[in-house]
Design a protein. Structure first.
Length: 465
């Protein structure tokens, strides 16, 4: 048996190739849209991809299933409760998929979603007993799948289903069972997923807080409380995955001169500046949104641009174009027009505006000094963009709570003429908030470096309410 895990940093998505090298056949489980890696590993191991299996309809990333099927001719398999609209083979509980001597048994484990499955995988040349389990978004390292991504109103019912899936289906299995989950650290599909990318059932039984013995109602309360913000664009991503994602094929470089780009801007295209923060602060185009081309780009884009917006990129280097396009495509942002091939110096030489200083990093001690010495409208409005349960655990005195996922719809509550200081737990979410406020024309935006953690570490007091 051959297995290989692929992991997307930032989104925390895991996908797998499971194959039988004796017969040269393989299945890909939960593929993302960058499908070349699956084709490459299959070719290198002499495998033909014959099956594409989804553990559920994903809400945080767009699947590469239809693209991979188009390249390989493989059938797509997903549980019958998914209501998937693309051509597929429906799965039921206890169905068996055979890859010569490799057996994949379907265990229906609803909870994260109604259609969620776990794949129990046996190498029958060694034993009939399952050797490993691909648990999708049911069981993670140190966590379980959140039950609210198909709607808050359904969350309690799904949490009740999750109790049955965990305690009556998965936990009775052998402690030696290897667990390979569908997500790892960085994903918003759980509360606090561990950094390790695999585990054993015995270890999780002993140390995973979510698997502590609980009556069903107590478990439901646990599973539905203190959840992180939902992934940006999750409803649209879910819809795309139900309908069948549009294959994106090979990403080709699309350079645009400034003169080529201007008509797109006039028709409403957005400018996404993915250069370093220092480069952006030094000089940038007014109205552009800054999100660095790092592994958090996929998580952040949904908070600053609508998913159907045409986008033009400003890159540090043209070689980053493919990486950025895939980062956007993973979360359903398919409308990238191209990238600016000419510099800001040429932009300015053409008489077009350049600005700087509207977004600034500020250390907690410096923000505290500003707050102590300002008056009236010169005082920054401190906006905490964490979740309510985080805010209740302590926040900057006087800070108003506007979770990042709500900031776009509640932006009218803030005065663009007054300085705004955005803060989160560590400085990551607040960077996205600062980018949105800068794009909306706020004159002075402070991003608090290190967030509330750094504020408290600096010896500054927090308020509790």
């Amino acid at each position: 048996m051959f297995t290989q895990q692929f992991f997307v940093e930032g989104l925390g998505c895991a996908s797998y190739v499971v194959g039988c090298e004796a017969m040269g056949v393989a299945a890909v489980i939960d593929p993302d849209r960058e499908i070349q890696k699956y084709l490459d590993v299959a070719e290198s191991r002499g495998l033909t991809i014959t099956h594409i299996i989804e553990t559920h309809l994903h809400a945080d990333h767009v699947s590469g299933n239809t693209d991979l099927a188009g390249h390989t001719g493989a059938d797509i398999y997903i549980h019958e409760a998914s209501a998937a609209e693309y051509e597929h083979e429906p799965l039921k509980h206890d169905d068996i998929i055979e890859l010569c001597n490799i057996r994949l048994r379907v265990m229906h484990t609803p909870g994260h979603t109604p259609e969620s499955i776990t794949l129990l995988i046996s190498d029958t040349t060694r034993a009939e007993e399952p050797w490993l389990a691909l648990t999708g978004d049911t069981l993670f390292v140190g966590d379980i799948g959140r039950p609210d991504l198909v709607g808050v109103e359904a969350a309690r019912g799904l949490a009740s289903n999750m109790h049955e899936s965990l305690f009556e289906k998965i936990l009775p299995l052998n402690d030696s069972l290897l667990i390979y989950p569908g997500h790892g650290a960085g994903s918003l599909c759980g509360k606090s997923i561990g950094a390790m990318r695999s585990t054993t059932l015995g270890y999780e039984r002993k140390y995973n807080l979510a698997l502590s013995p609980r009556e069903r109602e107590e478990f439901v309360e646990f599973a539905t409380s203190e959840l992180p913000e939902q992934p940006g664009s999750h409803k649209r991503i879910k819809m795309m995955n139900r309908k069948g994602p549009r294959p994106i094929g090979t990403v080709k470089s699309q350079p645009l001169t400034i003169r080529d780009a201007i008509p797109h801007f006039q028709r409403g295209a957005g400018l996404l500046d993915t250069r370093s923060k220092d480069a952006y602060l030094q000089a940038h185009i007014p109205g552009s949104v800054h999100l660095e081309a790092d592994n958090q780009l996929s998580n952040r884009i949904g908070f600053v641009f609508p998913p159907d917006a045409p986008l033009i990129l400003l890159l540090s280097n043209p070689s980053e174009y493919e990486q950025v396009v895939y980062s956007l495509a993973r979360v359903g942002y398919d409308n990238v027009v191209g990238y600016l091939s000419e510099s800001l110096a040429i932009w300015e030489a053409m008489g077009l505006p350049i600005t700087a200083g509207d977004i600034q990093d500020v250390e907690p001690v410096e923000l505290h000094r500003i707050l102590q010495n300002c008056t009236d409208r010169d005082c920054p409005r401190v906006v905490d963009v964490r979740e309510p349960w985080e805010y209740r655990q302590g926040h900057v005195p006087g800070a108003v709570l506007i979770p990042l996922g709500q900031l776009s719809s509640r932006i009218s509550e803030l005065d663009p003429e007054r300085p705004v200081a955005v803060i989160c737990a560590s400085g990551n979410r607040s960077q996205s908030a600062a980018a949105l406020l800068g794009q909306k024309g706020f004159k002075t935006v402070y991003n608090v470096s290190g967030g509330t953690g750094a504020w408290q570490y600096s010896g500054l007091e927090l308020e509790y309410q």
